[in-house]
Design a protein around this ligand. Sequence first.
Ligand SMILES: O=C(O)CCC(=O)C(=O)O
Ligand SMILES: [Fe+2]
Length: 347
Amino acid sequence: MTQHHVLPLVDISKLDSPRLEDRLSVARELDRACVEAGFLYIAGAQMDDALFRRIVARAQAYFALDVDTKMKSYIGLSENHSGYVPVGEEQFAAGQRDLKEAFDVNCDYVRSEGRRPLLGPNLWPEMPGFREDVQAYYRHVTSIGGQLFRAFALALGLDEDHFQAHLRNPPSQLRLIHYPFDATAEDRRGIGAHTDYECFTLLFATAPGLQIIDRQGQWIDVPLVEGTMIMNIGDMMEILSNGRYAATRHRVKKVREERYSFALFHACDYDYVVAPVVRGEAPRYAPLKGGEHLFNQTAQTFAYLKRRIASGELVLDGALPLDSFGPASSAAEPMQPSSTQQALSEQ
Ligand SMILES: O=C(O)CCC(=O)C(=O)O
Ligand SMILES: [Fe+2]
């Protein structure tokens, strides 16, 4: 049964069931929640609480290092867009500085053939145990994501394993995010409004702060619900579903408590052409190569990539504006910064 909090809650335990009827029942609930909100809570026996606790401890220890040490694994030094993201590196709107630092982990692709901008070896800090635990979390949440891809295939009327052939080395990224404590920062932004670029995101957070724009164009708080992850639709699933599911805009409001969050963005393989897969409907979206979309959007928000574009070292092909996806009501996000945001960006 779908339970209703601020968002629908779907229990995905039965995606593990050998009975197709059980898996279909979850797929139907997932479909309803994604049509209704594009954001939902998921609960399930699959989730390994011990791993969740370990990743929090690892993130706390990592972000407590001094900036010079963290900058040794600066994301701009990596081959695959992985590593440390200092405060201010990522900007969703000109002049607006997010109050967060992150550690990004990408698909650890060590082979040399078939390299793409986001596929290469990960950059890791020298911290015993960090890499092992972060990789364990990555594998764990990726396996839950694999079950969800199957559920989406069922929900969209496709063969259950429709996406599996396109999930070999996807540039799915895990972000460990730290929103530092600042007692005076109640109304400051933690992260600017955006949609996620991939198919869907699975997020685990240690404190509230996430806000989403609802279908009426209002920003609403998403409280934490014990034992759940938050899931949201990204740009690529909006395309795949031909707009049935919309990529919902969200942002993080700075709360007084220190906050850690762990977002795993589930993509298909870099070269997979993302196009509407729903049968019997005229396509409402132009196809795009998933990895290119991801890289193009990333390059528009990361300072080190913007510098390469400015110097002519990097040339983007077919990049869409950052606000290309989401329901029409997301236009309610002010294009001009609100007075609070203006004040923040001037600080
Ligand atoms: O920290 C959060 O709750 C959300 C982070 C997020 O939206 C993102 O990194 O795309
Ligand atoms: Fe996001």
